[in-house]
Design a protein around this ligand. Structure first.
Ligand SMILES: Cc1cc2nc3c(=O)[nH]c(=O)nc-3n(C[C@H](O)[C@H](O)[C@H](O)COP(=O)(O)OP(=O)(O)OC[C@H]3O[C@@H](n4cnc5c(N)ncnc54)[C@H](O)[C@@H]3O)c2cc1C
Length: 400
């Protein structure tokens, strides 16, 4: 492990977990990632390995069978996994968000029913806010849940579900219109259990996962639509048991998800730096190694500075949340900075590779197609800046 992206003040347990994950990434993920990604193949063996390491239950409390670790531990694990292959971190992330939402907002029955099996990786979570007509503007959702006796009847179409096919539990945000005073208070999260796979779901009448969306990168992990036609869900599968709280529950999930996306950016950027500094010491032009040209050294210096800065900001945002403080400002900043820096570091590494960076034989080609997703997922750069800007005006408001 190199000098960059170190984290001060970790416990022995955190250091042990990270060493184990780093070893797993070097041995089980990096050697196969590019080949699986090019084939758009789901990494079944890697997922089994992560189950055995207990990674699906990393943050689930010990009383529900998890390891009870902090957001910081989780983020550092994600950074290591993304260094190996970003898609694998995507497989854990929606699971982690749904487990966080159930743990923070679920009824006791929901926690006891879902969390132990989520910790074991038997139930795997996906989360669904976006629709074909909206992503940033969550208040505009049109998928609807209408009460009918002890059940809700759900109708609508969802878009961009990471793990939409492979998951067995989807947290779905719907409009419920049960008298809330604003659109935000008329949304509800439903916990829908389903069988994995594509097409009409055999266990949930009316639920269809049409198929995988073809993407430029972030392959291997499935991203799907979700169609709901008169899907009947028992009222006890409303997250937290009370309607009208869905928007706030989802935003809480997205907030921890943002630290996670920042961590992914850190991991991908670190790998791009490693590839760049290694290649720069092997390739010669004009009679010397390219790393001896000052222009390339400057590039490496800029890349390393960005890797370090993004890591430290991501760690700060995770620690803020772990301390119980509001961290929307820091999470927004970390996500914005880490995703932008990741794109820049990957591009510089790609340039250092010259023509070979364009070849599918070189890992940087995959990273180049992966980095842009981080600019969009869990809220675009513009949305992060809106959040950060609003919070700054709260903090620095002039006295009237
Ligand atoms: C690979 C992938 C996986 C995803 N996984 C999930 C998932 O698991 N679950 C889920 O719910 N969603 C998921 N998403 C959806 C993702 O969260 C949205 O794509 C994202 O929030 C942006 O929404 P949009 O695509 O509708 O863009 P839009 O909201 O239509 O935005 C388009 C452009 O306008 C800008 N913009 C929008 N509003 C403003 C404003 N007020 N001011 C200035 N600029 C603005 C945006 O920044 C962007 O540049 C995923 C997306 C991708 C690509």
């Amino acid at each position: 492990m190199g000098r960059l992206a170190q984290t001060d003040g970790l416990t022995e347990i955190q250091r042990d977990i990270l060493a184990t994950v780093r070893d797993f990434v070097d041995k089980e993920i990096i050697p196969v990632a590019t080949e699986l990604e090019h084939k758009d193949e789901y990494p079944t063996a890697i997922v089994e390995g992560m189950k055995q390491l207990g990674l699906f239950g990393l943050t689930i409390p010990e009383e529900f069978g998890g390891l009870g670790e902090s957001l910081l531990t989780y983020a550092l694990v994600v950074e290591e996994i993304a260094r190996g292959w970003m898609s694998v971190s995507g497989i854990v992330n929606t699971h982690f968000i749904v487990a966080h939402m159930i743990n923070a907002h679920g009824t006791q029955e929901q926690k006891e029913y879902f969390l132990p099996r989520m910790a074991a990786g038997e139930i795997r979570g996906a989360f669904s806010m976006s629709e074909p007509g909206l992503g940033s503007d969550v208040a505009a959702i049109s998928t609807k849940g209408v009460k009918d006796g002890d059940e809700y009847v759900l109708n609508g179409q969802k878009m961009w579900l990471t793990n939409g096919g492979t998951s067995t539990l989807v947290a779905v945000l719907c409009k419920t219109d049960e008298g809330g005073s604003t659109p935000y208070k008329n949304m509800t999260t439903f916990l829908i259990e389903k069988t994995p796979g594509f097409g009409p779901n055999p266990t949930v009448p009316g639920l269809t996962v049409p198929g995988k969306i073809e993407k430029m990168g972030y392959k291997g992990v499935d991203t799907t639509e979700l169609v709901l036609q008169d899907v009947r869900i028992p009222a006890n599968r409303v997250l937290g048991g009370v309607t009208g709280k869905g928007f706030y529950q989802m935003m809480d999930g997205v907030e921890v998800g943002r630290v996670n996306v920042a961590a992914r950016g850190c991991g991908v950027a670190r790998r791009a730096f490693e590839l760049g500094i290694s290649y720069a010491q092997q390739r010669s032009t004009f009679g010397k190694k390219i790393c001896e040209h000052q222009a390339i050294q400057f590039k490496l210096a800029e890349m390393a500075t960005k890797v370090e800065a993004a890591h430290q900001m991501m760690v700060m945002a995770a620690r803020k949340k772990d301390s119980g403080e509001r961290n929307d400002l820091e999470a927004g900043m970390a996500k914005y900075l880490a995703s932008e820096y990741c794109k820049e570091v990957v591009e510089d590494s790609f340039r250092i590779h010259g023509g070979y960076g364009f070849s599918k034989e070189y890992e940087i080609e995959r990273l180049y197609r992966e980095a842009p997703m981080l600019l969009i997922g869990e809220g675009t750069a513009e949305i992060q800046k809106m959040i950060v800007g609003r919070r700054l005006l709260e903090e620095y408001r002039l006295a009237e």
